[in-house]
Design a protein around this ligand. Structure first.
Ligand SMILES: Nc1ncnc2c1ncn2[C@@H]1O[C@H](COP(=O)(O)OP(=O)(O)OP(=O)(O)O)[C@@H](O)[C@H]1O
Ligand SMILES: [Mg+2]
Length: 133
């Protein structure tokens, strides 16, 4: 992946690990994605690609490390006594700022592609149909 020192990091994953019981799904992962950058993550089945994306979208709890979105720590706030988990509502507000398509899609099959991608900005951000379009 190219590094772009002039652009701002959008997603910044630092030394992030995720375990499922005994299984280490992600081991100290670092990933920085800059504005306007398009990144493809390749790896064999089971190497943790979906888990990485699900962690960034806070659908999985991470075990260590940190994830930043536009410089803001995701899922936690720093206090004088360490990290404190954010409330569900604060997490929901953070999650509104990102979108993902699930591996099993979870799209509406009776809708067009356009309606599938414009519905969330209309519902979550109150955009007009024209603006979402
Ligand atoms: N909820 C879960 N509980 C237990 N193990 C899980 C869970 N989700 C993923 N795993 C395991 O974590 C590892 C990484 O899975 P993940 O789905 O992230 O891989 P992937 O790279 O997306 O694979 P694929 O290319 O098949 O989509 C695998 O060993 C998987 O079995
Ligand atoms: Mg996957």
């Amino acid at each position: 992946m190219k590094s772009s020192p002039d652009a701002a990091p959008v997603v910044d994953v630092r030394s992030m690990s995720k375990h499922f019981g005994e299984l280490t799904a992600l081991d100290n992962v670092d990933l920085t994605v800059y504005e306007r950058e398009v990144v493809a993550i390749l790896g064999r089945s089971g190497s943790g690609k979906s888990t990485l994306v699900r962690c960034v979208d806070q659908l999985e709890e991470i075990d260590s490390g940190a994830i930043y979105l536009d410089g803001e720590l995701l899922g936690y706030e720093r206090t004088s006594s360490g990290l404190r988990t954010l409330s569900d509502s604060a997490r929901r507000i953070q999650r509104r700022r990102m979108s993902m398509v699930f591996q099993q899609f979870n799209l509406f099959p009776h809708w067009t592609v356009l309606r599938n991608v414009t519905e969330a900005p209309m519902v979550a951000h109150g955009l007009s149909r024209a603006d979402a379009r």
